[in-house]
Design a protein around this ligand. Structure first.
Ligand code: ATP
Length: 345
């Protein structure tokens, strides 16, 4: 079985609005299928969350977009051009924050950004501007070996956006960041989006990305399981809504539990209140019953989270896909990183 669900508004998209397009992309490492027949589009000014279990193929996909890896089959287009024939101008339109930002530890922040500025043909004034914007001005002359994780991520992001990219690829950018640092990063992402930059964020931190993304791409075992806005994914999965009833009086609690429709939805009852799980399609009926017993301000309704949508696809579609990994272990060299990987093929 190889199912993909794409949920869109069906509005026609002009090709000039497409920042990244994958057409039937497969990537094999020897016999190991890391990605198979992946298709998607990311539009300019969109923030897209790239989701998937460990080993689903997210980093592989980002490296294919960057041109660090070549697809075994299919094509990736960046701004309408095949990545395989990417020129310098096109590659400068891409910014990349890798999963584990590692820099030359003996350099200072100023030296590092200055080095990348030279490589990318960016004026030194821009380096100082970014150091100030990212709160690194005071640390600009410190060796990177003394930098905290959050400072490294900020520097990594500054490096990624140095040449004003039109497409920004972020591989697990918030791992290990404190809540303030994560909020800072997403604030920068929102500013870039407002300028029309297309941003793809590979992440496992679904609670953080949920409110920032326009769409999600969900990978499982190298296949695109689903893609769409959270609203579209919610309605496609038909996951239930949750109603939380707090600070109920004793009488209200008894009235709710005496109502057969409401009682049938009660999933959890505690001294603090009640949690109702309401199947899609029954929301308005349940609301109608509830409003007769409890004032609107005394309960909240929560639609399915991105986390529960993700779980749904992992537990249903992903588990039914054929296993692509066998027991033998073979080493494959990743030329892009010069790293040896232990890959099961
Ligand atoms: N150079 C390589 N050689 C062989 N196998 C590889 C190579 N790079 C990745 N793989 C395998 O391809 C699969 C996808 O890897 P990838 O790093 O793209 O996954 P991911 O979704 O980014 O995972 P994670 O969430 O753990 O970072 C994994 O099974 C991985 O072991």
């Amino acid at each position: 079985m190889n199912q993909t669900f794409t949920f869109s508004t069906n509005k026609p998209v002009a090709s000039a609005d497409i920042a990244v397009k994958a057409i039937n992309v497969s990537k094999f490492y020897n016999n190991f299928k890391a990605l198979e027949d992946v298709n998607f589009e990311v539009l300019k000014g969109q923030v897209v969350a790239l989701l998937g279990h460990n080993g689903a193929g997210k980093s592989t996909l980002l490296k294919l977009i960057l041109g660090l890896l070549t697809p075994t089959r299919g094509q990736i287009q960046v701004q309408g051009h095949n990545v395989g024939s990417m020129n310098v101008r096109l590659s400068l339109s891409l910014g990349y924050l890798p999963e584990n930002v590692s820099f030359y530890d003996n350099m200072t922040a100023l030296e590092l950004l200055g080095y990348f500025a030279k490589l990318k043909g960016v004026a030194l004034a821009k380096v100082h501007e970014l150091l100030a914007e990212f709160g690194l001005e005071a640390a600009k002359d410190k060796r990177l070996s003394t930098f905290s994780k959050g400072m490294r991520q900020r520097l990594g992001l500054a490096q990624a956006i140095l040449a004003d990219p039109q497409i920004l690829l972020l591989d697990e950018p918030t791992v290990g960041l404190d809540p303030l640092a994560s909020a800072f990063l997403y604030q920068k992402i929102a500013q870039l989006k407002a300028k029309g930059c297309a941003i793809i964020i590979s992440t496992h931190e679904l609670g953080l990305v949920q409110d920032q993304m326009d769409r999600a791409l969900i990978l499982g075992r190298g296949r695109m399981l689903a893609s769409g806005t959270l609203t579209a994914l919610r309605s496609a999965t038909r996951l239930p809504n949750q109603f939380f009833l707090h600070s109920l009086s004793h009488t209200q609690r008894l009235e709710v539990l005496a109502d057969p429709i409401l009682a049938s939805c009660v999933e959890m009852s505690s001294p603090q209140g009640l949690k109702l799980t309401v199947p899609q399609g029954q929301k308005s009926g349940v609301l109608h019953h509830l409003l007769q017993k409890v004032p609107a301000g005394d309960f909240s309704v929560e639609p399915p989270s991105l986390q529960s949508v993700f779980h749904h696809y992992m537990e249903t579609v992903c588990h039914s896909l054929p296993q692509v990994v066998s027991a033998d272990t073979t080493q494959v060299t990743d030329m892009a990183q010069g790293v040896k990987w232990e890959a099961a093929v």
